[in-house]
Structures are given as structure tokens and as C-alpha cells.
Design a protein around this ligand. Sequence first.
Ligand SMILES: C[S@@+](CC[C@H](N)C(=O)[O-])C[C@H]1O[C@@H](n2cnc3c(N)ncnc32)[C@H](O)[C@@H]1O
Ligand code: SF4
Length: 399
Amino acid sequence: MHPIGLYLHLPFCSRICHYCDFVKSALYTEEQKTFYLLSLESLLDDYLNVWKEIPGTGNESKPAFYSVFWGGGTPSLVTHELRPIMQKILAVTSPTAEITLEANPEHITRESVAIWADAGINRISLGVQSFHTAGLKALTREHTTEQALKAIDVVRERIPNCNVDLIYGWPGQTDADWIEDLKTLVKSGATHASLYNLTFEGSTPFARRLARGKMTAIDDDRLYGFYETACKILEKSGYIHEEVSNWALPDREARHNGLYWYGGSYLALGAGAHSYLEELGPYGLRWQQNGNWRTFVPESSSTLQGIITRKYNEIDADRDGEAWIMETVSSGLRTWKGISLPEIEAKSGYRFEPRPLIKEALERGLMRLDAERRLFLSELEWFRETRWSLEAALSFALS
Ligand SMILES: C[S@@+](CC[C@H](N)C(=O)[O-])C[C@H]1O[C@@H](n2cnc3c(N)ncnc32)[C@H](O)[C@@H]1O
Ligand code: SF4
């Protein structure tokens, strides 16, 4: 079987940030949180009981997860309560796995970090968002600049592998603010950086204010300028640009995220979580779990089919070769590893015949094809990858 990751979603937050559209809630009781964790554990048990039904597992009756990721919401709202489920997870996880927990700076103390480390967490992803007071205020965050800086130090004393999330494009942000944020991140010793441009999603307070003209978004050219600045500063500081929003120090690449970018398998547990198993069907199977955390775990099921198709889950059963090519091309072209044309051809039966725009991009050096026929897009184009992906995907034709 190919490497497989495990994602666990914890939808609780102490307060809601006005830009955030993830599955989360600030209205919950301690009992609900405890019940939710128990439900995650019982769902994990369900999957482990039917593991042999997954094609390609061979004689392995249990997985050896390649990576584990606790995302949210705010997983750092749980400390001791994580122990029982982590014990279960560690028993089915590779000893060399990357095991990440997403944390908010205001929850970092020596004690909380020690509890996570003792439970098996070996990587922390810190939601710093900005090192500027004005940025934290604009983004409606709970923590301060000092808390963010201190949090990185405290995490790294015990868990050296620490990612920092920053958001760029917040109202009022200047070029100088952004440069300073990037330099502070580098100085902090963060082993990984996830830099996201502020997006206005769904029915978030920010999106509503934008629609009412009460807030303005930074224009695309300025956003692109911020992106270009990040590319320059982080590369000069020794970070590898892995993916449009992600940079890593050597040997600190985000292994779990790599599964998302390169079509790997991951099992996702929790409200609204998306799973993908490439072993199920010619182009794999994607499904999303019930997005309501209050009802996400109903009765248990004793077959794989039963677990995947349980009430309120959404299954993407109609993906064909063309949809798979589009997905593979658009996510791979935004990475430093690009896409393997022979692998896509072998799996889909389509043949790559570059369309005129792709030929032109190759001639202009915006794209590159290596001896193994891997196709790469220049990193400065990753930010506006959409047009290239569409042309590259349409260059695959049935021969
Ligand atoms: C869902 S949050 C969970 C992490 C943690 N609760 C926190 O707030 O730091 C994961 C990351 O997504 C990013 N994010 C969420 N919504 C975003 C938006 N609308 N625009 C840009 N980045 C966003 C933030 O950088 C955040 O750290
Ligand atoms: S950004 Fe993090 S803390 Fe803020 S609402 Fe979203 S999940 Fe919760």
C-alpha cells in the first residue's frame, strides 16, 4: 500500500476569527468536547476493524500511518484529553511519522507543550497570522505579538519542528509590514512557513462586510507583490519553496501536506473532514464527513462501505479520468516537484500533446520539462496557476 496519512479535525475555538470559514464552533460545552473526542476514537476503531477491506493492504491488518495531523478549529484546546486516542493512534503509526498539532499562540505554555510531546506530537503548526499588533487586530485575533514570539520559543525548546502560519493582504498592511513579518519569521527559527493571502470566504463576517462595501480587499497586483517578496526573502534565508503557500527548511518539508499536493491517500476523521483513498477505484475515492460536529458520529458500522456512506456524508463517486487529470495537474503544478507526465499517461491512458500556450510557456522559460518528462511551472506563476493548469490538463488527449 502507498503511504497513508491520518487527519483528525477538532472543531472547537474559544472565539471565532472573522475571516475563517473552516468547520468550527465557539458554542460548545466541556461534555460535548469530551464526547466528540470519544466519537473520533470510536470512528478510528471502526476503520481499523475493516482495514483489510482496503485493496492493496496485503496481509497488513492494521495501517502504519505515514503522518498524523490534528487540525481545526483549535486542537490546542485539548491537552491531557488527547492521551487515550493518541495511544491508539501511535499503535498504528510508523515510528518515523510526522505528527502535527495545530495550535494557537495563546495556548502555548511549557506544560501544554510537554503534554503534547509526551503524547507523541513531534511537530507544531502555530497560527501566528501576523507579528504586528495592527495585523492581529485587523484579523480579529486573540493573541499579542509578544505571545506569538514567546510561543515559538517555548514550542521549539521541546518540539523543534515548528511551522508558522501567516496571513498577508490584511486591511492596512504595508510592504514594510510584510517584509518585517517575514524577517521575524526567519529569525524565530520556524522550520516551516505557511503563508496565505487573505481570502473572503462564504458567509464569514469579512465576506459580508466586503459585500456591503464596509471593507476593501487588497488588489491582486499588490497581493502578487507580497507573494514575490515572500519568495525572495524566504529563499535567501534557506527555505525551499515546496508549494505556492508553503516553505520548508531542508528536511523539514511538510510530509502530511505533501499527501494532499501529490495525490496521496489520507483518512480524515471529524466534522466536515475530507478523506481520499487512492486504492479505492481507478481514480481513488473522495468523501467528506458530515459537517455537523453535534451529530457527526452516529451508529458504528462493520463494513468499509458502511462507514464511508454513513448518514450525511458526501461521496464524490463520479470522478473520471479527466477530473483526476485536472486535479493532479492543478495541484502538482503549484509545487517544486511538478507533475510526472509518464505517470499521468500510464494511469489515465491519455497522451500529453502540449497545446500552443504550453509550448510558448516552455519556450519562454515559464515552464520546464526535464529528462524524465516531469513538467514544472516557474514558482512566480504558481500564484496564478489556474490558466496554466487548464491548458496543461487539456493537453492530455486520448490517443
Ligand atoms: C483553520 S486555521 C486553524 C488553526 C488555528 N485555529 C489558528 O487559528 O491558528 C488554519 C490556518 O488557515 C489560515 N486561514 C484560515 N482562513 C483563512 C482565510 N480566509 N484567508 C487566509 N488564510 C486563512 C490561517 O492562517 C490559519 O492559521
Ligand atoms: S482561524 Fe483558527 S481560531 Fe480562528 S476561527 Fe478559524 S479555526 Fe478558530
